[in-house]
Design a binder for this molecule. Structure first.
Ligand code: GUN
Length: 295
């Protein structure tokens, strides 16, 4: 089957283009939108994500405030920083990069972020508002996936969408977003996870398959039906001595095999990643507008 590539970079550029006028307007009113990015420790993947997020901000004219803390940082010190960022008028959005070191209770930290500045959309209040269809800041990867589907002409409405994975960051919020009675939703959603007895039997029923389990090339050609639309959220580092960095990035989907059956598929890299980062910029702009009373 001739597949089309769903180009995350291109769709991300389109969304960023839509944001630039809104950022200009905020700057004209004397307030450049600002994002505080907090990283604890030196997880290599986290460092590269955080660096990319700050670079994105600079590119679109959002101020970024970088806070890098040592791995041994106490929970109290981190909560103290979040409290200061909550009170800082120049900060519209607060992002605490996950995972956090084990001495820190991540749930407690996420709950300490002012929901008005919760640009990750991980606060229970943000998630609860999302679930009930109230206006809120949506989690970036789930929102990015929905935008990608709609903007590439694959509206999930009426489709059977199978979500592989049930994390708090992706699977759970995404499954709920897709089932909402609103634009970008209205899908019939099935969630599969590590305790699903026969995953392939379920994924083969998917019109749209979304893989978010963090297992390299888990989804193979025999697990999908012809014509499926595949969104690969996975970003896995696998050892590769032929690469300068010593690794390459692969998704949760065996791209080469699955693309032969798919009608459309996202690449890794260049698929969901750029959309996640762009929805963070989107949320920062929305948070800034709401805080300034601009609608
Ligand atoms: N770690 C992996 N993905 C994310 C994300 O979207 N936001 C934050 N804060 N941490 C992450």
């Amino acid at each position: 089957m001739a597949h089309t590539l769903i180009d995350g970079k291109q769709i991300a550029a389109e969304v960023q283009g839509e944001l630039s006028g809104r950022i200009d307007r905020l700057v004209e009113t004397g307030h450049r939108p600002g994002l505080a990015v907090v990283l604890v420790g030196e997880n290599p993947a986290s460092i590269s994500y955080v660096t990319a997020k700050e670079r994105d901000c600079e590119k679109v004219g959002i101020a970024s405030f970088d806070h890098r803390l040592p791995v041994e940082t106490s929970q109290e010190a981190l909560l103290d920083l979040v409290a200061r960022l909550n009170a800082d008028d120049a900060v519209d959005g607060i992002l605490v990069q996950l995972p956090l070191p084990e001495q820190i209770d991540s749930d407690l930290v996420l709950q300490s972020i002012d929901p008005v500045k919760d640009v990750d959309g991980f606060h229970p209040l943000s998630l609860g508002r999302m679930l009930t269809g109230l206006p809120t800041l949506l989690p970036c990867t789930p929102h990015g996936v929905v935008q990608m589907l709609v903007r590439s002409g694959h509206d999930p409405a009426g489709k059977h969408v199978v979500v592989l994975g049930r994390s708090n960051i992706v699977g759970k919020p995404l499954a709920n977003l897709l089932a909402l009675k609103q634009p970008g939703g209205n899908a019939t959603v099935t969630v599969c996870h590590s305790r699903t007895p026969d995953i392939a039997a379920v994924t083969r029923q998917a019109d749209i398959l979304i893989a978010a389990i963090g297992k390299p090339e888990f989804v193979t050609a025999d697990m999908v039906k012809d014509g499926v639309v595949v969104i690969d959220v996975g970003v896995n580092r696998v050892d590769d001595a032929t690469r300068k960095r010593g690794y390459r990035l692969v998704g949760d989907v065996d791209f080469e095999g699955v693309k032969e059956r798919a009608s459309a598929i996202t690449p890794v890299p260049g698929g969901v990643g750029p959309m996640t980062r762009t929805m963070l910029l989107f949320n920062t702009v929305v948070a800034a507008e709401r805080r300034r009373g601009i609608e």
